[in-house]
Design a protein around this ligand. Sequence first.
Ligand code: GDP
Length: 138
Amino acid sequence: MQQTLSIIKPDGVKRGIIGEVIKRLEASGIRIVAMKMLHLSKAQAEGFYSVHRERPFFQSLTDFMSSGPVVVMVLEGEDVIQKYRTLMGATDYRKADEGTIRKDFATDIEKNVVHGSDAPETAAFEIGYFFNRLEIVH
Ligand code: GDP
């Protein structure tokens, strides 16, 4: 069993599509094993995205991610990292496949509704950033 971190970004929460994202997760057989809502500070957003600190969009991205509440979840299932990324669609919604979350709801390359870890090592870091062991159900 693999785990991954999902975030419904501030644009998704603001636009009222938390339920839509969760519906798609559940319909695809992915299990939610932890979930909470929080409003990241700028520093917390910078810590989360520290791998991107040299990228030109780092300031804008961390301003956006700290602009309103987010929903963070730990997802579990076989091959869930790839499976969830397939549900999300490409980073740039204009290049995302039909029927993906980003294709259907994103409005911008940055405001793309959802985040999902991209590898087991990043999933471990990202899950640990938000959840302790007692907050993840078994
Ligand atoms: P992801 O794994 O698909 O989320 O994509 P990345 O790890 O490459 O980028 C992290 C996040 O940064 C993306 O989800 C977007 O919100 C944002 N992002 C990526 N590329 C760009 C860009 O070219 N411009 C801006 N403004 N934001 C970007």
